[in-house]
Design a protein around this ligand. Structure first.
Ligand SMILES: *[C@@H]1O[C@H](CO)[C@@H](O)[C@H](O)[C@H]1NC(C)=O
Ligand SMILES: *[C@@H]1O[C@H](CO)[C@@H](O)[C@H](O)[C@H]1NC(C)=O
Ligand SMILES: *[C@@H]1O[C@H](CO)[C@@H](O)[C@H](O)[C@H]1NC(C)=O
Ligand SMILES: *[C@@H]1O[C@H](CO)[C@@H](O)[C@H](O)[C@H]1NC(C)=O
Ligand SMILES: *[C@@H]1O[C@H](CO)[C@@H](O)[C@H](O)[C@H]1NC(C)=O
Length: 452
């Protein structure tokens, strides 16, 4: 027997023992994950209150999923209804969430559903808007780059970052860079845009492809973006994770383990989807970005009408009630910072010429009809200023331009990848469409019977 064959058997044995150990620790890990996810799902489902979900409660929590058009609802509906006094501190960043604020009746935030642990659960109505996941991913990509491109006025990354820091300190405002998920996505793209610009300058590159989503001399191609670990962490299935309370911005410690488990073992995602669907079931309102008109009308009749009667009808008792909710339930340690408190203008996100409610209508004279009227003119202005900002910003990386025609150049394989990376969101969106159809139908019927 030569040396080789003598050792083959033991090596084979050792090898298979290793494989067995590995397999069983994989199995253990899967089981650990399965238990974590199931325990989490069971505890979440047991907290769901169901009764009377159609009635607006004392606090309205607008769970704002990024890039669903929530800003127009905030500026053009909610700010017409709630005075800034009634608005909870902008808690886009949890460090700035000041649970002590009295009188607060409206909370609009990109925080996920775990924010409910800080709110009076049975006195809170939740509303949200969902969007086709493919369009949401496109829009997230475009907005990450759009905001990052604004920094290209600076000669280099260092000076861009210094200037941004100084501006934020000085103006004491909430900037896009403070807001999850932009606080990760924008710096990522900003660094990327600067390095591409530096490379263009030093190598004199100027390759221009026809596809704006794939011009690597100017910006990170979409295909690269969607496959980056950061996007896997916070973009894909983002709506499901946000509604479930499992984003990487979650307030609950156990969320992070559950999220990692679901990202690792995709089959465990179904439990998360179940929780998210149940949450949507219990919301006061679920809108769809795509059905803009129907969503706005339903919002005005379902949410708007109730806010009007709640705030105007109980005019005198309102402040007392508000005080009471806040005192009972926001009893946590207060956050140090007060500056989230004002409806601050973000240097990056909200144009300063947004029409505001105050003074435009006396709240007591508000009706659903007037609300819709003011909404229509408000969104016109908002869109104009948003599109102006976008054009100005994208000029800095021209010829990149995110237009409808450009979108048609994107290969089908990329779209298919987005769909498969967003399996949970695709399902949730389908479900939301069904819910919305039911709710919209009810609204229409109520309107018709009111006329008769
Ligand atoms: C960045 O730009 C600033 C302002 O022009 C300049 O003072 C600084 O030296 C530059 N830094 C680098 C690393 O090029
Ligand atoms: C959230 O995601 C970003 C981007 O991947 C990452 O930098 C950050 O550390 C994550 N936060 C947590 C709490 O996991
Ligand atoms: C609302 O409050 C104002 C001033 O406090 C009062 O004059 C008015 O009568 C109140 N309206 C209702 C409906 O309670
Ligand atoms: C707060 O609520 C309690 C009952 O929950 C009530 O007795 C009290 O008068 C309320 N306070 C105010 C200021 O409305
Ligand atoms: C990008 O497209 C928009 C809409 O088609 C257009 O108004 C804008 O001028 C374009 N920007 C550039 C830099 O070409």
């Amino acid at each position: 027997m030569d040396f080789n064959s003598k050792w083959i058997v033991p090596i084979l044995i050792i090898g298979s023992v290793f494989m067995l150990v590995n397999a069983s620790s994989d199995e253990d890990d899967y089981q650990r994950c399965e238990i974590a996810v199931n325990n989490w799902a069971a505890s979440q489902l047991s907290q769901e209150v169901k009764e009377d979900k159609h009635t607006l409660r004392d606090l309205l929590f607008f769970l704002h999923i990024p890039r669903t058009g929530g800003r127009t609802y905030f500026h053009c509906f909610l700010k017409k209804l709630y005075s800034s006094k009634l608005e909870c501190p902008r808690s886009y960043d949890k460090l700035r969430f000041n649970p002590r604020k009295a009188h607060c009746r409206l909370l609009v935030t990109h925080d996920d559903y775990s924010m409910m642990t800080k709110l009076p659960h049975d006195k809170t109505s939740v509303v949200t808007i969902l969007r086709n996941p493919v369009d949401r991913v496109f829009s997230t990509y475009e907005f990450s780059i759009e905001v990052a491109a604004r920094f290209l006025v600076h000669p280099n990354l260092t000076s861009a970052m210094q200037m941004a820091g100084r501006l934020r300190k000085k103006n004491n405002v909430v900037s896009t860079l403070d807001i999850w998920p932009w606080k990760y996505l924008v710096p990522w793209m900003r660094e990327d845009l600067f390095s591409r610009r530096d490379a263009r300058v030093s190598q004199n590159l100027n390759h221009v492809s026809k596809d704006s989503y794939n011009m690597e001399d100017f910006a990170m191609p979409l295909l690269q973006y969607i496959n980056d670990p950061i996007a896997l962490d916070i973009v894909h299935n983002g709506a499901t994770f946000q509604v479930a309370g499992l984003t990487n911005n979650s307030n609950l410690a156990e969320s992070h383990e559950v999220r990692m488990c679901v990202q690792k073992y995709h089959s465990l995602g179904d439990s998360v989807l179940d929780v998210a669907k149940r949450r949507l079931d219990n919301m006061l309102y679920v809108g769809l970005t795509e059905d803009h008109k129907g969503s706005a009308t339903t919002f005005a009749h379902v949410v708007g009408a109730q806010v009007i009667s709640q705030l105007v009808g109980s005019n005198s008792s309102m402040d007392h009630q508000a005080n009471n909710i806040t005192e009972q339930s926001y009893s946590h340690a207060a956050s140090e910072s007060q500056h989230g408190q004002h409806t601050s203008i973000s240097i990056d996100e909200s144009p300063s010429n947004i029409p505001t409610a105050d003074g435009e209508f006396r709240k007591s004279e508000m009706t659903v009809g007037k609300l819709m009227e003011s909404y229509e003119s408000c969104i016109g202005n908002l869109r104009k200023s948003q599109s102006q900002r976008r054009i100005t910003s994208l000029k800095r990386i021209s010829p990149v331009n995110y237009t409808k025609e450009a979108r048609r150049q994107v290969p089908e394989s990329v779209i298919e990848q987005i769909i498969s990376l967003n399996r949970l969101d695709m399902e949730l969106y389908k479900y939301a469409k069904k819910l919305f159809a039911g709710q919209h139908e009810q609204t229409v019927q109520k309107l018709v019977s009111a006329v008769i």
